[in-house]
Design a protein around this ligand. Structure first.
Ligand code: SF4
Ligand code: SF4
Length: 207
């Protein structure tokens, strides 16, 4: 008797599974047949593509990155290589001030290295898109791009100079036509007030 109930339960489970499969089978497709069709920008917005640098609000071609190297440590696949921007050479005035300070027996203040990357390289061929670098960045300088259509014939094609990529994207965005500003509806010109002696009620048929 117990085996009959088990068989019925198994069959019922099979029917439920087939029902789910049939339902999904009848739904419209969610993929497109590229290159005959392209993914819509709306669908691409949810796509997690290779990471990219995020630019400063005031200068989108320059990254927010402060070269702290946290993303480099956080990446489990060693995809990211960052180097600091070189320390600027002191100006002749600064050199003179430093020499004077040294002559007085003081410790002159040397120019500090800039908090910015000199190079920022990313190997997409190693990336698992885990998001650890995005989470680790303290200044929100990394995000996932929505770049869907990428092709390459060799591995090096997927090693990106992220600073150059950011600059390219910022320049391309600059070229994009700006959305038309909303124009306030023009105020209807004021009808001249009719002279009391010529004013007449508009007939209902003309209203
Ligand atoms: S998404 Fe993950 S694997 Fe890819 S670069 Fe960031 S930390 Fe590394
Ligand atoms: S991208 Fe963010 S985490 Fe990586 S070095 Fe720059 S500031 Fe640090």
């Amino acid at each position: 008797m117990a085996s009959i109930f088990r068989t019925i339960a198994d069959l019922w489970s099979l029917v439920v599974g087939l029902g789910i499969t049939g339902k999904e089978f009848c739904k419209p497709g969610v993929t497109v047949h590229y290159p005959r069709a392209e993914v819509t920008p709306e669908a691409a917005a949810s796509f997690r593509g290779p990471i990219e640098l995020i630019g400063l609000d005031k200068d989108p071609a320059k990254p927010k990155c402060i070269a702290c190297m946290l993303c480099v440590s956080a990446c489990p696949s060693n995809c990211i290589t960052v180097t600091r921007a070189p320390t600027p050479k002191p100006t002749p005035e600064e050199l003179k001030a430093m020499a004077e300070a040294e002559a007085r027996g003081e410790k002159p203040k040397k120019p500090a290295p800039p908090k910015a990357p000199g190079t920022w390289t990313y190997d997409f061929s190693l990336c698992s898109l885990c998001g650890s670098c995005v989470e680790a960045c303290p200044v929100d300088s990394i995000g996932f791009s929505h770049d869907i259509y990428m092709v390459g014939t060799k591995r090096e094609d997927f090693v990106f100079d992220q600073l150059a990529r950011l600059a390219r994207k910022a320049a391309a965005r600059k070229q994009e036509p700006k959305p038309a500003a909303k124009v306030a509806p023009e105020a209807a010109p004021e009808a001249p007030a009719p002279a009391p002696e010529t004013a007449a009620a508009t007939p209902a048929s003309e209203a």
